[in-house]
Design a protein around this ligand. Structure first.
Ligand SMILES: Cc1cc2nc3c(=O)[nH]c(=O)nc-3n(C[C@H](O)[C@H](O)[C@H](O)COP(=O)(O)O)c2cc1C
Ligand SMILES: [Mn+2]
Length: 483
């Protein structure tokens, strides 16, 4: 007993702490084919889901494990971000205020540290011995076209000119009976730019990927960190100490020294395989099946009894929708403050929109045009632009985190003929279920002004709700009936 937060330096110590806090459930005897995925999905829909650790997976030895739901509540997300072990929703959002900006600023002081060895080197398989299906790789959703070993993963690439390292969470499907793996990087993502630059310069692109690690590395890899910054250094800033890495034998690219499982190889422009369909974060099998860059795995590194970190998306809430909401909300809030926008009360990136499609921004209106400015700025912030669909601007008296209150504001303060602006040819995605097959991934988006008209602020009808004082008085009077 008694793992402390600053002792957490890999997935094992993370699991120990999470277990001590009563936040972990072990599930034995599940099948890799759909049962791990379905049990995980049922779990996400509970209030405050536990983390699930699958052991004794059918057909696999005890110890070969899969973890899901790692960060599906405030307490585990808060501890993963090293903010504390007892945070609830509100306290987590409070604790995160201005943190993303600080982490960006501090990252250069915590550059990843190269070490000679680490637990990930306990087992090293060379090309001819590679078999990714030696791990209990799930087929997560019923419509999936294969087994995905990379969901909660961090894929490492470099800039061929500067050597700058990027880490992105890009899904990886097992190919060729376990000898190869496809890496699905959407256009516009940093990893895609690196790969393109390597192809142009050297005709191939080196890649390493960690498939189980401290979930902090999944957060930083899966979140839009600015381009000129390595996510490893950003993670170092969160930790307050550098991340230890080893260098891959074949490519020299980084691998977290305490990773559970890692792979290494080269991508070639013409080495592709059929990938997908896969249940996406939009809640659809919307990407279909396409030819995707695939790497023949040169090395597999893994710890003894390795743990695969699963983070499958799907119809929200899904594995990382809560993490996405909290991180996006904090980063967009910070970015909006950085624009100099006045009167910002709060931002929330709602889970129903996968943390991207539906953003609510609350402002105290100071001048005519302020509300629209807040909305249009938000819709195009680098932290928010990808796949946004709706930005709803509400007054400072409306809680942006309450879908009920936000939609009440839309119902009562939006005049649709006047208050909905549409932006066209904006940054969409291949996985948008509305995209016509073959069409470029643009989308359109609406900025919904759900604020009282500025010129009517003073005279707008009063809200008919119980005041805080009166509420507290009746709560104190009848605690049993109302508390
Ligand atoms: C669990 C998880 C899975 C993801 N899967 C993909 C994916 O398959 N392809 C993709 O382009 N982005 C995916 N993303 C989103 C990217 O990881 C995210 O946009 C990240 O910012 C990319 O890193 P980059 O900004 O350095 O490119 C995923 C995110 C998470 C958290
Ligand atoms: Mn990046």
């Amino acid at each position: 007993m008694g793992t402390s937060l600053d002792q957490v330096d890999d997935l094992r110590s993370w699991l120990e702490l999470v277990n001590e806090l009563g936040e972990l459930k072990v599930v034995e005897g599940a099948h890799w084919d759909l049962e791990i995925g379905a049990a995980s999905d049922v779990n996400y829909r509970r209030t405050s889901p536990s983390a699930l650790l699958f052991d004794r997976v059918v057909g696999y030895p005890q110890g070969a494990r899969v973890l899901s739901g790692s960060m599906s509540n405030a307490r585990r997300l808060g501890l993963t971000l090293r903010l504390g072990t007892d945070l609830d929703d509100r306290a987590l959002v409070q604790a995160l205020r201005s943190k993303p900006n600080q982490w960006i600023e501090n990252a250069p002081r915590y550059r990843a540290r190269v070490v000679d060895s680490g637990p990930v080197l306990e087992n090293v398989d060379h090309a001819d011995a590679v078999d990714l299906l030696r791990f209990p790789v799930p087929r997560w959703h019923e419509g999936d076209g294969g087994r995905y070993i990379g969901t909660g993963c961090a894929v490492f690439t470099t800039d061929p000119n500067t050597g700058e390292v990027n880490a992105g969470a890009y899904r990886m499907q097992v190919q060729d009976d376990g000898r190869a793996v496809s890496v699905n990087i959407e256009a516009g993502k940093h990893g895609a730019m690196h790969v393109r630059e390597w192809f142009a310069k050297e005709g191939r692109a080196p890649v390493t990927a960690s498939l189980g690690q401290d979930p902090l590395l999944l957060i930083v890899a899966g979140t839009e960190v600015p381009r000129d910054l390595s996510e490893l250094d950003y993670a170092g800033a969160v930790l307050g100490r550098p991340v230890d890495i080893i260098r891959g034998e074949v490519t020299g690219l980084p691998i977290p020294a305490t990773a559970e499982i890692a792979v290494e190889g080269w991508l070639y422009p013409d080495r592709k395989a059929d990938e997908g369909p896969f249940g996406e974060w939009t809640g659809y099998y919307s990407g279909g099946s396409e030819q995707i860059l695939t790497m023949d795995v040169e090395r597999v590194y893994h710890r003894n009894d390795p743990i695969l970190l699963g983070a499958p998306p799907g119809k929200p809430p899904h594995d990382y929708s809560y993490m996405r909401s909290v991180m996006k909300s904090a980063m967009i809030h910070d970015a909006l403050v950085s624009t100099g926008l006045a009167g910002l009360e709060g931002v929330w990136a709602h889970e129903v929109g996968g943390g991207r499609q539906l953003l609510a921004v609350s402002v105290h209106q100071r001048y005519a045009g302020h509300a629209r400015q807040a909305g249009h700025l938000t819709a195009q912030l680098p932290a928010a632009a990808y796949m946004n669909k709706l930005v709803i601007v509400v007054d400072g008296d409306v809680d942006p985190r309450s879908l009920n209150d936000v939609m009440w504001a839309v119902c009562t303060r939006t005049e649709p003929g006047r208050d909905i602006d549409v932006q066209r040819y904006t940054w969409g995605s291949r996985v948008d279920p509305l995209r016509e097959p073959g069409a470029p991934p643009y989308n359109t988006r609406a900025v919904i002004d759900a604020c009282r008209p500025f010129e009517r602020l003073a005279g707008f009808p009063r809200v008919a709700e119980t005041s805080r004082e009166l509420r507290d008085r009746v709560l104190a009077k009848w605690p049993d009936a109302l508390g």
